[in-house]
Design a binder for this molecule. Structure first.
Ligand code: GDP
Length: 300
């Protein structure tokens, strides 16, 4: 496995260090290469050198709120970056399979349930950039006959989720409040609906998408949606705390345009590839609370 990594002045590979050939374990099989989605030369070089069988594009400026602050950069990396990568593959390893991580954000204001035929109506620079990437993946599939597949994944969470995303932010804050490390949490809009699943289940979906006979577009979700409010009440409740005693609204976390109502229709992937999620909403909360609690309890 070869991964592309941006140069940063601080270390940010803690979540994969145990897999990496470059750090501790010389038998490990993950190799990292410096590169950037905004830099065609770096993409061409890696594809040429590695000659991969499969390429997974998980690279993105992935924070929707921040995409309103840096819309041009978001378009460059999350959108145009896909074209750079597809070109690098077409010209240097055309038979490599390509996976594009699309996003339910492309559906934006289209009403649920959303499936592969739903009108694409993005509400954010991030959603618009992902939509472009999804369309370009189709263009390379139909135009050049490449195995280029789109996974249109709804929100997927786990204890490894970045701390700025709402699920992880709520889980970590609730636990820190419980442990007396913090007093309150500041949040934005609590009434949007999200279809949250477990990231590990969704990796199995990606695996199936890449083993399918033909490349295609695939919606991946649970088919169930919940409000942010409900998620927060449950997490705080699990810890014996009342959410409303410890939370405040902060304008900074509200968005100029939000996506209000996401719920996946997973009929296609269920019937054609035999995939369905194993972990439900309550189990997802339990998994996240348990692991983050252990981590926070260790670092008093
Ligand atoms: P997204 O669906 O990819 O944008 O994932 P997020 O986890 O960032 O946001 C999910 C929803 O939570 C959105 O509707 C946000 O507006 C809402 N939300 C409410 N408060 C917050 C907050 O403090 N941080 C984030 N990230 N989202 C929040």
């Amino acid at each position: 496995i070869h991964g592309l990594i941006r140069r940063t002045s601080l270390f940010n590979t803690s979540r994969i260090d145990h897999l990496s050939h470059d750090s501790h374990d010389r038998d490990a099989k993950v190799f990292l290469h410096f590169g950037d989605m905004s830099d065609s030369n770096s993409l061409v070089k890696v594809i040429k050198d590695v000659q991969p069988d499969e390429v997974y594009n998980l690279a993105s400026m992935s924070q929707v709120r921040v995409s309103f602050d840096i819309p041009e950069y978001t378009g460059d990396v999350t959108g145009l970056g896909v074209t750079r990568l597809l070109e690098a593959i077409k010209n240097n390893k055309k038979d490599a399979k390509f996976y594009m991580s699309g996003s339910s954000e492309i559906f934006g204001s289209s009403l649920p349930p959303q499936n592969e035929e739903t009108l694409v109506k993005p509400q954010s620079p991030y959603g618009a950039a992902k939509a472009y990437g999804v369309y370009m993946t189709r263009v390379y599939r139909t135009g050049y006959g490449m195995f280029a597949a789109n996974g249109i994944l709804f929100n997927h969470e786990s204890p490894r989720r970045g701390d700025t995303f709402v699920t992880k932010k709520i889980v970590r804050s609730a636990i820190r409040i419980k442990l007396g490390k913090e007093k309150e949490v500041f949040l934005g809009n609590l009434d949007t609906l999200r279809d949250w699943g477990y990231a590990k289940d969704y990796c199995n979906a990606i695996y199936k998408i890449m083993q399918a006979d033909d490349p295609d577009d695939w919606v991946v979700g649970t088919g169930e949606s919940h409000t942010i409010r409900e998620f927060a009440e449950k997490v705080f409740g699990t810890l014996g705390l009342d959410f409303y005693t410890f939370s405040k609204f902060d304008e900074r976390y509200a968005r100029p345009n939000d996506v209000y109502n996401l719920r996946a229709d997973i009929t296609k992937i269920r019937t054609k590839l035999g995939w369905k999620p194993e972990v439900n909403f309550e189990q997802l909360i339990d998994i996240m609370v348990k692991e983050v609690y252990d981590e926070e309890a260790k670092n008093v």
